[in-house]
Write a protein that binds this ligand. Structure first.
Ligand code: 13P
Ligand code: SF4
Length: 369
């Protein structure tokens, strides 16, 4: 059987055919109707990378940090229909009250970066790191990770970070231990540590698939151990894009997310989290020109919302994040119509044995943000 056949079977199970026959207008009207009917009982958070067709219905828009903060102070909504990816919905579940139900409209909305660190690999890697460095390492994980990884980090005294607070969290981590293990995004880890003055030759890479370190210096000098993971969307920006742009449009400023590689971040004019990117564009001079290195739905939205500035993607052939795009209008409507019928579909529930320590890791971050 072909992979495409399997996907077809999966989508039939999750989304009835009827939704492909509805017009956009019909779907929009129904979503609005259900939202009005549920009122405060329903809350829809939406990440900035979501499609316009979905984000228009979000009760709050945010980056990962803002959405986590909103969920931790969520009013009394009974149902939280999360427009984002799986790890964000897990975080929402852990930060809301036990009787609040978190729903992800399409379970295929995962994150390839989060999938690059599983708990067994982490336990194996940790054991090797303990053999080399003993009890000198504090683990930090980007929120773009599974609840199990957050639990691992929380259990070992560490915390979660987002791209908005990575610098602050790394500074805190160094007050706790001599070394940091940074999961699962090597680029955010490297860019942030470098920003704090740690030279590249004091950063080792742990390659989980090979079970080896990529490092040729003296292990005693290592300050940061970077998990060899990456975002497949942000890795698509490269130095060539910046070089070409500098030649063709020297006055255009380059603004990138720190999930991009070290080389790209170093060659850019500015780098920062999703909210930093949005704020920078919002406050930029009218008539200014920007090439942005981040997810395409957000870049397009920034261009639409700032018609007085020229905004393009740093990579002219860029695609949106495919997993973020799994959440579309038909899936949103389907999950809401199911709720209307009294059925909760695609609920995200983190088991208590995992959430206990993961919540600790999340709270250590929220207290410092
Ligand atoms: P932030 O929202 O923390 O900037 O993260 C970007 C991202 O890749 C989310 O998946
Ligand atoms: Fe994951 Fe990258 Fe997509 Fe964010 S943009 S959800 S990190 S794959």
């Amino acid at each position: 059987m072909e992979v495409l056949d399997l996907l077809e079977i999966e989508s039939e199970v999750t989304l009835p055919k009827r939704y492909s026959t509805l017009s956009v207008k019909e779907m929009e009207v129904r979503v609005q109707e259900i939202k009005s009917k549920f009122g405060d009982r329903l809350f829809i958070p939406g990440h900035h990378y979501q499609k316009d067709e979905v984000i228009q219905f979000a009760d709050a828009r945010g980056d990962s940090l803002k959405l986590a903060q909103i969920c931790s102070q969520m009013p009394d909504a009974e149902f939280i229909v999360f427009c984002g990816v799986h790890f964000m919905a897990e975080t929402a579940d852990m930060l809301t009250k036990p009787d609040q139900k978190v729903i992800l409209p399409d379970l295929r909305a995962g994150c390839s970066m989060a999938d690059m660190a599983d708990i067994d690999q982490t336990e194996i890697g940790w054991e090797k790191m303990q053999e080399i460095w003993g009890d000198t390492i504090l683990p930090l994980t980007y929120v773009n990770s599974t609840a199990a990884i957050k639990g691992f980090v929380g259990k070992h005294g560490g915390a979660t970070v987002t791209s908005s607070n990575a610098k602050k969290m790394l500074q805190w981590a160094f007050t706790q231990k001599e070394r940091i293990l940074f999961l699962p995004d090597q680029h955010l880890g490297r860019n942030t540590a470098f920003d704090l003055g740690i030279p590249l030759d004091q950063m080792a890479i742990w390659a989980p698939l090979e079970g080896t370190f990529e490092y040729d210096g003296n292990f005693e000098d290592v300050k940061v151990i970077l998990w060899k993971g990456h975002c497949s969307v942000h890795e698509k920006f490269n130095l060539k894009h910046i070089e070409n742009l500098r030649k063709q449009e020297p006055e255009t400023k380059v603004l990138v997310h720190p999930e991009c590689t070290y080389e790209v971040v170093q060659a850019s004019d500015f780098n920062g989290s999703t909210s930093f990117i949005i704020d920078t564009i919002k406050h930029a001079e009218s008539g200014s020109r920007w090439a942005i290195g981040t997810e395409m739905n957000l870049v397009n939205r920034l261009a639409d919302e700032n018609p007085d500035k020229q905004i393009i993607s740093l990579n002219p052939f860029m695609c949106p994040c495919l997993t973020m795009n799994r959440i579309d209008l038909p899936h949103l409507l389907w999950s809401l119509e199911k709720l209307e019928e009294g059925e909760v579909v695609n609920q995200i529930k983190v088991p208590e044995e995992v959430s206990e320590y993961a919540i600790l890791a999340l709270n250590r971050m929220l207290e410092r943000s």
